[in-house]
Ligand binder design. Structure first.
Ligand code: GRF
Length: 206
């Protein structure tokens, strides 16, 4: 059994899912240790949430071309920072960058993301808007392992969310976000607990 429960959370913005992870750990609903929060955006609001919780923060600004000439350079440094802290599971929480194989190869089956739709419907950005605009009656949230395919990795957990009459994209997004905050810590706990394996596209628990 793997007793390492160290998480690294990657953010680019608001950090409400990061906050849900911080809160779940504090409330002992998630048995994990948040080792570091890394942002590619220097003024991401989520950084303040991490600091307030006493979690170490690192900024790796992808626009700093003197430090990161290529995407691979950036990803190598990102992996190095996480490895240096012994991180076992990398949690993307609104991290708005695609990760290369250079990074993913360092963390096989150990990078997880939350997406605000029922994948494979509405991958990419503005998933809530895509769902609202399409007129679906149900949408939701998906936690999946990250592969090189955008929002395409094996699905760990999903939760459905109804689209109600009179919703606009903001009311719908808020309803989804509330479920994200419930779903993500739960999925992280499952991943840390082990007893699962990947079979092709499938995430299988025993
Ligand atoms: C969430 O909707 C998440 O599903 C998506 O990006 C958003 C991040 O929000 N990947 P926050 O920064 O966690 O508040």
């Amino acid at each position: 059994m793997n007793t390492n429960r160290k998480l690294g959370v990657l953010i680019s913005g608001r950090g409400s899912n990061l906050q849900a992870i911080i809160d779940a750990i504090a409330d002992r609903k998630l048995n994990a240790e948040l080792s570091v929060v890394i942002s590619n955006v220097p003024d991401a609001a989520g950084l303040a949430r991490a600091k307030k919780a006493g979690v170490e923060t690192v900024v790796l600004d992808h626009r700093d071309k003197s430090a990161f000439a290529t995407r691979e350079d950036y990803d190598r440094e990102l992996a190095r920072q996480l490895k240096a802290r012994g991180v076992r599971l990398v949690c993307l929480a609104g991290f708005m960058r695609l990760l290369t194989q250079t990074f993913l190869g360092e963390f096989p089956e150990a990078v997880v993301n939350i997406h605000p739709s029922l994948l494979p419907a509405f991958p990419g950005t503005n998933a809530q808007y895509q769902a609202w605009e399409h007129g679906v009656r149900w949408t939701g949230a998906t936690v999946h392992l990250v592969t090189a395919e955008l929002d395409g990795g094996p699905i760990v957990l999903q939760e459905t969310v109804p689209v109600k009459n009179g919703d606009d994209v903001d009311t719908l997004a808020a309803r989804i976000l509330e479920r994200e905050h419930h779903l993500y810590p739960m999925a992280i706990q499952m991943l840390l607990n082990g007893g699962w394996r990947i079979d092709g596209r499938r995430f299988l628990t025993s």
